[in-house]
Design a protein around this ligand. Structure first.
Ligand code: DX5
Ligand code: ZN
Length: 223
């Protein structure tokens, strides 16, 4: 099953509730919430208060992507704000195990993200404790960038590793995904698709979501 996770970073912040309703009605399953601290990445987005206010307006699964240094400091706050799953960057902490434990202590699904320069093998030791790995297909920090095609090799290697080792894992791809290239992502083994500008900057967000889901159906991971 492939899930579409629209990234709110590309939405019109003056009309958030409407923007969210639009993607929920269009068949998205998740809402991707990019949290940036201006230190781990060169951009600042929003924090737990905003997440808590939009929580009241939607039943979408909140897929929180932390791009912040020392993420363990903020796990409790994002849980309280209504996160359904929390993903942190392996590069953002000296103790990834502790962050996974902090997330799991809330009976929540833990995800680990990796930036383009990080080899995929870095996440292997943590996989049994993770429910999702986010392979960044752009440098984290901004929406509207172009997908880095070589990152799909990481997805392929990771999916194969999971299959060989009997691990059940959601593989999320994040950055620069469009209806035109989503088939390469799902074909490589990704099953959670983040899309910001392709959805929110489109005049027809519904057809973008429908077309991404259709393409995913005809391009499943083939091994
Ligand atoms: C980038 C963020 C992405 C971004 C995706 O650091 O993690 O989620 O919002 O936006 P697009 O789809 O426009 O690349
Ligand atoms: Zn993201």
């Amino acid at each position: 099953m492939t899930y579409i996770s629209p990234s709110l970073l590309a939405a019109d912040y003056a009309h958030l509730a409407d923007e969210i309703k639009k993607v929920e009605d269009a068949g998205a399953a998740y809402l991707h919430l990019d949290i940036m601290d201006g230190a781990f990445v060169p951009n600042i987005s929003f924090g737990p208060e905003l997440v808590a206010s939009i929580r009241k307006h939607t039943k979408l699964i909140f897929d929180v992507h932390l791009m912040i240094n020392d993420p363990i400091r903020y796990i409790d706050r994002f849980v309280k704000a209504g996160a359904d799953m929390i993903t942190f960057h392996v590069e953002s902490t000296n103790d990834p195990e502790a962050v996974i434990r902090a997330i799991a202590s809330h009976e929540m699904r833990a995800g680990m993200a990796i930036s383009p320069a990080t080899p995929i093998e870095t996440v292997f030791p943590y996989l049994p404790k993770l429910s999702q790995v986010t392979v960044m297909t752009v440098e984290p920090g901004f929406s509207g960038q172009t997908l880095m095609v070589p990152m799909l090799d990481k997805v392929r290697v990771l999916r194969r590793y999971c299959m060989e080792n009997g691990l059940k894992l959601d593989i999320e791809v994040d950055g620069g995904i469009t209806p035109e290239n989503v088939g390469y992502c799902t074909g490589a083994g990704a099953n959670v698709i983040v899309a910001g500008s392709a959805i929110f900057k489109s005049k027809k967000p519904r057809s973008v979501i429908v077309s991404m889901k259709d393409t995913a159906k005809i391009n499943p991971f083939l091994g």
